[in-house]
Design a protein around this ligand. Structure first.
Ligand SMILES: Nc1ncnc2c1ncn2[C@@H]1O[C@H](C[S@+](CC[C@H]([NH3+])C(=O)[O-])CC(=O)[O-])[C@@H](O)[C@H]1O
Ligand SMILES: O=C(O)C(=O)Cc1ccccc1
Length: 243
């Protein structure tokens, strides 16, 4: 499939609106996330492998903040547990509708339910795998603990949460270095300094990163038995939390 190149922030904008997952973003999203999140493709591939290992028969795998369903498509390639279904949820109508079209075209018989809802409002039950791939960072910080508790309670014993997030760092030199290296990554992917700085403004107060220690502490407080990083590339990391 031909991919539309992300040029949303390429020209100077008089007024930079808060970042939204609207139709304009949906059109360029695969290119945008690929060129903005170091290691994105490696994480998507690993989500498939992990789901292959953790998906249980007669259970549910959740893809929360699914966007265009990249994690769902990866899980579908590896899940062989009988009667295991995927519930994919996103509150952007534009994302959900595009994901629907793709699923109809590429995997019409797959056992996937796509729902347009706020992930804080859904019921989670009988889950063997829950994926939060760069989604929790968009949930208000004060809602994160209750939401993770709900996920922990909906997971079966031995279940897995995959939590991928943009991180920040307590040490200011580390924070500056990792931010600079992320920007160097984006430059190397073809984004201009203007694109990088305008997108950064749009994401302010929208994408709220936390430290790994904050995530780990909250996951344990939510009832998970352990939470460790399995992947990190500059300020982007993915965590495995085990029930
Ligand atoms: N409260 C919410 N309820 C439901 N969806 C939400 C909410 N808040 C944000 N979203 C959705 O979370 C997604 C975050 S993108 C995930 C990438 C995907 N996981 C991937 O593996 O390609 C990450 C990024 O763009 O950095 C968007 O589609 C939002 O609409
Ligand atoms: O682009 C960035 O700087 C990011 O932090 C990641 C991202 C990727 C796609 C949508 C929103 C944020």
């Amino acid at each position: 499939m031909t991919q539309t190149k992300d040029s949303i922030y390429a020209s100077p904008l008089a007024d930079i609106e808060a970042f939204k997952f609207d139709a304009k973003v949906v059109d360029v999203f695969p290119d945008m996330i690929q060129r903005s999140v170091p290691g994105y493709q490696a994480i998507i591939a690993a989500i498939g492998l992990l789901a292959g290992r953790f998906a249980r028969p007669d259970s549910v795998c959740y893809d929360l903040g699914c966007s265009l369903g990249a994690a769902t498509f990866s899980m579908l390639q590896h899940i062989d547990a009988p009667n295991c279904r995927i519930v994919a949820v996103d509150n952007s109508a534009a994302m959900v509708s595009r994901f629907h079209e793709r699923l109809q075209k590429d995997a019409p018989n797959a056992n996937v339910q796509i729902r347009c809802e706020d992930i804080r409002d859904i019921t989670i039950e009988n889950a063997s795998v829950v994926v939060l791939n760069f989604t929790l960072q968009f949930i208000p910080v004060e809602d994160r603990l209750a939401f993770l508790r709900k996920i922990q309670q909906g997971l079966l014993p031995g279940g897995l949460l995959i939590l991928s997030e943009k991180l920040c760092f307590d040490d200011p030199r580390q924070q500056d270095l990792q931010t600079d290296m992320h920007h160097a990554f984006k430059r190397a992917q073809g984004y201009s300094d203007l694109e990088i700085s305008q997108k950064r403004s749009a994401l302010e107060n929208v994408l709220i990163p936390e430290t790994f220690a904050a995530h780990q502490g909250r996951l344990l407080e939510a009832g998970f038995n352990s939470a460790e990083v399995w992947f990190q590339y500059f300020n982007f990391a993915s965590i495995l939390a085990l029930k």
